[in-house]
Design a protein around this ligand. Structure first.
Ligand code: SF4
Ligand code: FES
Length: 233
């Protein structure tokens, strides 16, 4: 027999991008240790008091591969289980089994659109476009990055260095020659510097990355930067 209980869910409610948000607490019934964060939100929406609008969140594959989901669970982007997307996080791992706080991914580059939904695409795409779009997307795919944005939210500086470093790890072989490599990598680094915060190698990004991308990927940024400087002298 499946054992279920009631969990008190403190969730961020914000009607639109301009509105002030606040936490609202709801009791959600029928939750099991195996319930995932997105399933908990489904249950919450099914049990909302009359008149309350559904809590919005980014839904996708629910298999940890599309990068769409991503909420902050008790202060941790995606949730307390290392290297798992929110759709793969379970109630059994919550710090307090009877209570949880859900809020959007927090980063100045990711404005909240409503409730738990943020616009992370715009900022991440700006960097990918700087790498000549399709090549950048292919580089991210080759690196295993799912563009979830959790590394940015986990970083105390709001840096996207794990995302950028993963892109730059795989971009050079996709460039047609050294000139293109220099131009594109310089554009990527400059755009990332303008869009996100600086990297202080705290390493928090690697704990939340669902793709398990390593800290070594950060070094690709310095490598391409130094290489470009040497070539322009
Ligand atoms: S590097 Fe990891 S955490 Fe950052 S966007 Fe890619 S998959 Fe997400
Ligand atoms: S919904 Fe696709 S990674 Fe979570």
């Amino acid at each position: 027999m499946k054992i279920t209980r009631t969990v008190s869910v403190e969730v961020w409610r914000q009607t639109d991008a301009e509105a002030h948000g606040r936490f609202v607490t709801y009791d959600v019934q029928g939750v099991s240790p195996e319930t995932t964060v997105l399933e908990l939100l489904d249950l919450l929406n099914e049990q909302l008091p009359d008149g309350d609008s559904p809590v919005t969140f980014d839904d996708g594959c629910r298999e940890g591969s599309c990068g769409k989901c991503g909420v902050t669970v008790d202060g941790v982007p995606h949730g307390p289980e290392y290297n798992r997307a929110s759709c793969q996080q379970h109630v059994r791992a919550f710090r307090d089994g009877d209570r949880v706080r859900l809020e959007p991914l927090r980063a100045s580059a990711f404005p909240v659109l409503s409730d738990l939904t943020v616009d992370k695409k715009k900022a991440l795409r700006t960097v990918v476009k700087a790498s000549r779009g399709p090549a950048g997307l292919k580089a991210l795919t080759n690196a295993g990055c799912i563009s979830c944005g959790a590394c940015v939210a986990a970083c105390p500086n709001g840096s996207a260095q794990l995302f950028v470093g993963s892109l730059l790890t795989e971009l050079p072989p996709l460039m047609k020659d050294d000139d293109e490599r220099r131009d594109r990598t310089a554009q990527v680094i400059e755009t990332a510097d303008e869009t996100f915060g600086p990297c202080s190698t705290y390493g928090d990004c690697t704990e939340v990355c669902p793709a398990g991308l390593p800290l070594e990927n950060l070094s690709a940024v310095a490598r391409e930067h130094l290489r470009n400087q040497r070539q322009t002298k």
